[in-house]
Design a protein. Structure first.
Length: 329
């Protein structure tokens, strides 16, 4: 029976509210472990769970190893009883999110859980609290021993599934980060993912420049880097096509022509994705030794506690983590 670990993320944001709204109404068919301050869940309990506490608090992580199906919560001692500022960005919220993420790494490495779902955190507050990482992806890559350069960010919904060659660099840095090796890695990881979801159509690849460089008239990256990478990918048996101009590729991808798209940079891929799947897309980190998913939205301080936030993305992240854990060999 696969066990799922869930970090509450920034306790001042949407994570704890979404967990209450989803899990208080859902029968636990397996063991689930929440990581974070219990007060964050308790704050929303009356409003979103009829005041009924549906989890069991454990004081030692090892108590989860042989847990029966149900909901459990472990709070790292260093963040027990924090001063919360619900609906506001705050350094204490960043500290809670960071410490919970550190504990999640321990849980996974110890074999206590098979997959991780991460609720949203505030990257600025995470860094102000002393965690020098751009976000979840980079933190998990480094602390799970694979290195930032060996993971790939993937976001997906029903119509579009998009992997990113780069994550959060400035536009000025992009050309130096687009390499054959990086493109090949992301294609291999994306191919493994779509196969695990039973998808069999090609993976399409965006060009970096407008019109995919227009045969070198607008840029050389397609000719010198991207096309050679695709040739190597095909020689390895990967079903890939491109590079295509991004302004037309996503139209055909949304029509179902491709299993996934590999975009060169963040906004190139996520603009189209969020147009279709703003409330339902999820984030998956490819290349980690354990499945990791998250909802593709932020902390939502301005709507925290109102019950107006969509549950779709969080539910999809949860279901995808379970599928990936069950299919992992």
């Amino acid at each position: 029976m696969k066990k799922i670990c869930i970090t509450l993320g920034d306790p001042n944001g949407l994570g704890p509210e979404l967990c209450n709204r989803i899990f208080s109404e859902r029968k636990a068919e397996r063991p689930f472990l929440f990581l974070g301050p219990e007060q964050a869940l308790e704050y929303h309990l009356d409003k979103f769970a009829n005041g009924k506490k549906y989890w069991t608090r454990i004081n030692e992580l090892e108590d989860f190893r042989d847990a029966a199906p149900g909901y459990y919560l472990y709070c790292p001692p260093v963040i027990d009883n924090p001063v919360l500022k619900i609906g506001e960005p705050d350094i204490e919220g960043g500290r809670c999110a960071g410490e919970s993420l550190k504990t999640a790494v321990e849980v996974l490495k110890s074999g206590l859980a098979d997959a991780l779902v991460t609720c949203p955190l505030n990257k600025a507050m995470l860094q102000l609290a002393g965690f020098d990482f751009p976000g979840h992806t980079e933190f998990l890559a480094q602390n799970l021993g694979v290195g930032r350069e060996n993971v790939c960010m993937h976001l997906g919904g029903p119509k579009l599934k998009v992997s990113l060659v780069t994550t959060h660099p400035s536009i000025a840095e992009l050309p130096s980060l687009i390499t054959e090796e990086r493109i090949l890695l992301c294609l291999k990881l994306t191919a493994e993912l779509v196969k695990s979801f039973g998808l069999s159509k090609p993976i399409a690849v965006c060009g970096l420049n407008p019109h995919a460089g227009e045969s070198g008239r607008i840029g050389q990256e397609e000719i010198e880097i991207i096309e050679p990478a695709l040739e190597k990918a095909r020689s390895m048996g990967l079903d890939v096509e491109g590079p295509f101009p991004a302004d037309t590729l996503f139209y055909f991808a949304a029509q179902g022509k491709y299993s996934a798209v590999l975009a060169m940079y963040h906004d190139q891929g996520l603009g189209p994705l969020k147009l279709f799947h703003f409330n339902e897309a999820i984030n998956i980190t490819l290349g980690l030794p354990y499945p990791r998913t998250s909802p593709d939205h932020g902390t939502g301080y301005d709507i925290t506690g109102q019950g107006s936030a969509s549950l779709e993305s969080m539910v999809n992240a949860l279901e995808s983590a379970i599928i990936m854990a069950e299919n992992k060999k």
